[in-house]
Ligand binder design. Structure first.
Ligand code: SF4
Length: 348
């Protein structure tokens, strides 16, 4: 990370590191913002957490820690700073609040939501539990706090299989990502059913199944197709293709490797393929390219998450100046959600 608080030094450092991925006119403007954020962050005793999907000029300058949602949740739990600014989306900032409720947690944009998190409500989960009594609920961390509060345990894309196996039950409800659920079912050899996206409709519960899924999707990973992979391989036969587990099972099957954002970063660091293509939010490809200048990353990606895209250096500066937008979670929801998240963290 570039820790400068002087705009000129910040610009020079950003130019040295980011010239290949950020145009110069943007670097000048963004260097001033980043330097001021770093100054104010120290003055306000704040820590900034940056998700792997943040755009390169933000990702490489103002966060004290970067990573996936699980790594950042751990950082949030451990911090002794007064303010946590979460450069990510709402469900991530909520998880930071759940794990460190005494801190002021700020999300720079109120619009930073998530199509997956929005696909299911706490009421939906209560209906599922009524239909499948006694079946434990695993919720992906990409859910809001009230959904986590209705769940037995959370999981990430990196530990979903371990979490499902840890339950040692015949059946499990796995929400809300349809594709992640199918990918986990495939890996654990479980038969999955998707009763309906409306749990109030009558479903056949006598079916033979071990997993109950939900029809939520990530609007970004849903866009990648097997046809995309075929076209890229035709043009670049030696490319190694990495896909996030929120992609469809068909896309995962056609890719060379599948893993969480952290697993993909480690894969590129530890291997030496002629070139790589990431099937995930495209800012991450830029961030990996910056960290691995000796590796060739194909830049065929134009899929930006509209929610992650809401988090800018301008908004991050405003968040620190005005101490906005504060994440607030009712006490009873926070306590129950904390149990689900802590159970997951105990698994790793
Ligand atoms: S990339 Fe997908 S899962 Fe992640 S925040 Fe955006 S919509 Fe949600």
């Amino acid at each position: 990370m570039i820790k400068e608080t002087d705009p000129k030094k910040m610009y020079e450092a950003m130019k040295a590191q980011l010239a290949n991925v950020v145009p110069d006119f943007e670097l000048k403007l963004k260097a001033e913002l980043a330097a001021e954020i770093n100054r104010l962050k120290a003055e306000k005793n704040a820590v900034i957490l940056g998700h792997n999907y943040m755009e390169p000029a933000l990702f490489n300058t103002v966060p004290d820690f970067v990573g996936d949602s699980l790594e950042l949740a751990r950082r949030a739990a451990a911090t002794d700073k007064e303010i946590i600014v979460f450069c990510g989306v709402r469900f991530m900032a909520e998880t930071a609040k759940i794990l460190n409720p005494g801190k002021k947690v700020l999300l720079p944009s109120e619009k930073a939501g998530c199509s997956l998190a929005a696909s299911i409500t706490a009421d939906d989960v209560r209906e599922l539990k009524r239909q499948f009594p006694g079946v434990p609920v695993v919720s992906y961390v990409n859910t809001y706090a009230d959904v986590k509060a209705e769940s037995d345990i959370c999981c990430t894309s990196g530990n979903a299989v371990a979490v499902v196996n840890s339950l040692k039950t015949d059946r499990v409800i796995f929400i809300p990502d349809e594709y992640l659920a199918k990918n986990v079912a495939k890996e654990t050899g479980k038969k999955i059913i998707f009763p309906t996206s409306d749990p109030r409709k009558k479903v056949e519960t006598e079916l033979d199944y071990q997993m109950v899924g939900w029809l939520g999707r990530c609007e970004v990973h849903d866009k990648f197709t097997v046809e995309d992979i075929r076209n890229v391989r035709k043009q670049f036969p030696d490319v190694v293709i990495l896909a996030h587990p929120e992609c469809s099972p068909e896309v995962i099957g056609a890719a060379d490797y599948s893993g969480s954002t952290t697993a993909m970063i480690r894969y590129v660091e530890k291997t030496s393929a002629p070139r790589y293509l990431l099937l995930t939010e495209c800012a991450m490809g830029d961030n990996i390219a910056v960290a691995n200048p000796d590796k060739e990353m194909l830049r065929l990606c134009s899929v930006r998450c509209p929610h992650m895209n809401e988090i800018t250096l301008e908004d991050t500066l405003e968040a620190l100046r005005k101490e906005q937008f504060v994440i607030d979670i009712p006490e009873d929801i926070l306590e129950r959600a904390a149990q689900s998240v802590e159970r997951m963290i105990a698994i790793g």
